[in-house]
Ligand binder design. Structure first.
Ligand SMILES: [Zn+2]
Length: 152
């Protein structure tokens, strides 16, 4: 199937809407309740309380990054995922988890390295990668591949 439309869940009535990509820039509305369909254009910080819901409610590709404010590689990855979130808005949601504050989620996922990435597709886990590659130059491409791998 060609990659010409995406699915956005309405935050008001929770109905799934199929939206042609070309219409993303024109404030598409929910076919059911006419609420404007919102989708993030930048990474979103997840909390213990809303973590599971954030994953379950996003029907497209979701990239979760477990990070630590003190981690050097997290600092390098951060602007890359910010760019991705903007460039692939609607298709991709980026969820950041601070493992220092959101300890409940971090423990549940047994996070031992940062950054750890988990990619979900329609709420189902597709891939998990613990730790970033050592070569800084490869990082942008590597993150991009991680997304492309799952967004067929
Ligand atoms: Zn709606």
């Amino acid at each position: 199937m060609p990659d010409t439309s995406i699915i956005i869940r309405c935050y008001n009535c929770l109905m799934l809407n199929r939206v042609p990509k070309v219409k993303l820039l024109t404030k598409p509305v929910c076919g059911n309740c006419k609420t404007i369909l919102e989708f993030p254009r930048q990474p979103v910080w997840a909390k213990n309380e809303n973590f599971d819901r954030s994953i379950a409610h996003w029907p497209e590709t979701l990239l979760v990054i477990f990070m630590d404010q003190m981690c050097l590689f997290c600092k390098i990855v951060d602007p890359l995922v910010t760019d991705l979130a903007r460039d692939k808005a609607g298709k991709l949601k980026v969820l950041k988890v601070d493992i220092e504050t959101e300890t409940e989620v971090a423990q549940r996922f047994k996070i031992e390295k940062t950054p750890t990435f988990i990619v979900y597709k329609n709420g189902v886990k597709v891939i998990r990668v613990d730790g970033a590659p050592k070569e800084k130059a490869d990082l942008a491409k590597w993150v991009e591949n991680l997304i492309n791998f799952t967004s067929y």
